[in-house]
Design a protein around this ligand. Structure first.
Ligand code: PLP
Length: 356
């Protein structure tokens, strides 16, 4: 049975988006595709507050995350880790044969500007990776404050995963001087999976030219060369790009700022609901995500059982990720989820708890 998704990705996809994918296929070297590509990347530039390049990658985010370290780490990389995805990025850097160190914060805590400063002061690094919104814990690190620190280290590449925040939270790529900012579309964009979008700064592209072993599929210089023709190095997922075209129109129709505000309101509502039922919030106060909320299972509630009963009633619920599975639960409130959808979920959970 199809379930309404409240898991933090893939998320529920609006019917207009599903319909947008069902248009006739076009050749990716055609002028029709170039027009689509140009339209989509221009809208993304507007959404991301950048005048720089935005690329479309037919992969999930991890492809580009791997590509980013392969293109931009020449000396040594500092990976800031405060959850499963940021820790995985460190593993990825090492698997690529790169020199890398992990700087760890407890799960539920943010990466702080002080941590970044302390690491970069050593002079050992030419790149850092940061996960803005740790989806495994519902923790959002202070990107603006970290970007301030990065101003002291202009030669260090600033590589940021905004996988579960992009389009749900304001991220001003140029003002923050991000070298790479990446997201996959199955999160706050509300699309089916299979496409990643990312920005690459001029500084980063210039640096990539002298990085050996960039590979092919995620070589940023290949993306840049094809971008000149509003195209991609290899065959893109054209149906998803059509869907993104329509979704970006829907985003601007709602208003980007209004959309960010809706996500913030839904986060507030979810936190209140969790607290009102005697659970605690997992992420540290002041650093709680706006696109998903993680509750602590301090009451030792049967989350597996709840997940099963919710599934029978047509809802997909997440009972924690990785080492905090069943010790936490996560409720996603991103993309096209509305406050009324949360009311419906909350009422259903209350009914289950009441034995109804
Ligand atoms: C913060 C974060 N980074 C990276 C990823 C990996 O993204 P993908 O599955 O699109 O490769 C995820 C997936 O949930 C994520 O939440």
């Amino acid at each position: 049975m199809a379930k309404k998704l409240f898991i933090p990705g893939p998320v529920e996809v609006h019917k207009d988006i599903l319909a947008a994918m069902s248009v006739p296929m076009i050749g990716h070297r055609s002028s029709d595709y170039a027009a689509l590509h140009k339209r989509v990347t221009e809208k993304l530039k507007r959404l991301l507050y950048t005048k720089g390049r935005v690329f479309l990658s037919t992969s999930s985010a991890f492809g580009v995350m791997e590509g980013a370290v392969k293109n931009l780490v020449q000396k040594r990389c500092a990976n800031f880790c405060n959850g499963a995805f940021s820790a995985k990025w460190h593993d990825v850097a090492q698997r690529c044969g790169l020199e890398a160190d992990a700087y760890k914060a407890e799960w539920g805590n943010p990466i702080t500007p002080e941590m970044v400063d302390d690491a970069l002061k050593t002079g050992k690094y030419d790149a850092i990776t940061l996960v803005h919104n740790e989806t495994s814990t519902g923790t959002m690190s202070p990107l603006e404050e970290i970007a301030e620190v990065m101003l002291k280290y202009p030669d260090v590449s600033f590589i940021v995963d905004t996988v579960s925040s992009m389009s749900g939270v304001k991220v001003e790529v140029d003002a923050l001087r991000l070298d790479v900012c990446v997201a996959s579309v199955q999160k706050a964009f509300g699309l089916p999976p299979g496409l990643a979008v990312f920005t690459v700064s001029d500084r980063a592209l210039e640096k990539a030219k002298s990085t050996p072993n960039r590979g092919y599929y995620f070589d940023f210089l290949e993306f840049a060369a094809n971008d000149e023709k509003h195209n991609t190095p290899s065959t893109p997922c054209i149906s998803l790009i059509h869907a993104l075209d329509v979704q970006l129109d829907r985003i601007f129709k709602e208003g980007a700022e209004a959309r960010f505000a809706r996500h913030a309101r839904m986060a507030e509502k979810t936190r209140k609901w969790i607290l009102s039922h005697g659970f605690e919030l997992f992420a540290k106060e002041g650093y709680r995500s706006q696109t998903l909320t993680s509750g602590s299972n301090n009451k030792n509630s049967d989350l597996e059982g709840l997940k099963k009963k919710l599934a029978e009633r047509g809802f997909a619920f997440d009972n924690g990720y990785g080492k905090v599975k069943n010790k936490t639960f996560r409720i996603a409130h991103m993309a096209d989820i509305m406050p009324e959808d949360l009311d419906e979920l909350f009422q259903t959970i209350e009914d289950i708890w009441a034995g109804k």
